[in-house]
Each structure stands twice: as structure tokens, then as C-alpha cells.
Design a protein around this ligand. Structure first.
Ligand SMILES: [Zn+2]
Length: 124
């Protein structure tokens, strides 16, 4: 499952980073997901909650925001956002420019950014 493997790698990064900071607990996780990753935010959150169980991040608040896509047509130079209609159920839709070209460059929308995590450190 796409969401589970992404959630697993996100959890690895977060936990490693928190360990480097000598954190004892992770309270909050803020993530931005590019809409062209085609991740289902609810499923992703569910998977992430699952993989952080029994770690210092268990029970953390998870905030997920979606990052709009940006594509450039290599043929006509048009810049546009991929408009997804709410009832689209395609996993990997074919994205086309208005001019009919499929030769597109994706400039934004494929990133998964861990924006911030809120941690607790032991008293020094
Ligand atoms: Zn075009």
C-alpha cells in the first residue's frame, strides 16, 4: 500500500531526527503532501498513527496539509495546476495540457515535506 510505505519512511525520518535532538516525546507532527503524490490524507494519517505506535511519537497530533500542484507544458509553455474534481477516483490519471500535449514538467506537487515536529526534551 502506497500510504503505508510513505508513512513508514516519514516515521523513520521523524524518529531519527527526534533522537538526534535527544527528545523524549513527540507531541505534534506537521506534514505537507503534494497533491500529485495521490496520497489519501485520511489513510496516510491512519497509517502514520499505526507505525508510530509504541514509539515516542505515539499519540502525537498529526496535521496534514495538501500542497497544490504546478505543471508546465513543454509544448506551449502554459503553467497550470492539475484540477482534480472531487469525484475523481483515478490513482494515476493522465494529465494533459489544454493544448493536448502530455509533455509536461511537474514543478510542484510531488513533494512530501515534514514541515515541523514539536518535541519534548528532558530537563537539563
Ligand atoms: Zn500546452
Amino acid at each position: 500500500m502506497h500510504e503505508l510505505s510513505m508513512a513508514t519512511s516519514v516515521a523513520d525520518i521523524i524518529l531519527k531526527k527526534a533522537q538526534e535532538e535527544q527528545a523524549t516525546k513527540i507531541h505534534e507532527i506537521n506534514i505537507e503532501i503534494g497533491e500529485l503524490l495521490f496520497l489519501n490524507p485520511e489513510q496516510f494519517q491512519f497509517c502514520l498513527e499505526l507505525v508510530i505506535e509504541k514509539t515516542m511519537a505515539e499519540g502525537a497530533i498529526i496535521n496534514i496539509t495538501s500542497k497544490p500542484s504546478k505543471l508546465t507544458c513543454k509544448k506551449c509553455g502554459r503553467e497550470f495546476r492539475w484540477d482534480r474534481t472531487p469525484d475523481d477516483h483515478y490513482i494515476f490519471p493522465v494529465i494533459e495540457c489544454q493544448c493536448g500535449s502530455k509533455d509536461l514538467e511537474i514543478t510542484e506537487g510531488r513533494e512530501l515535506n515534514i514541515k515541523s515536529i514539536r518535541i519534548e526534551k528532558p530537563d537539563q
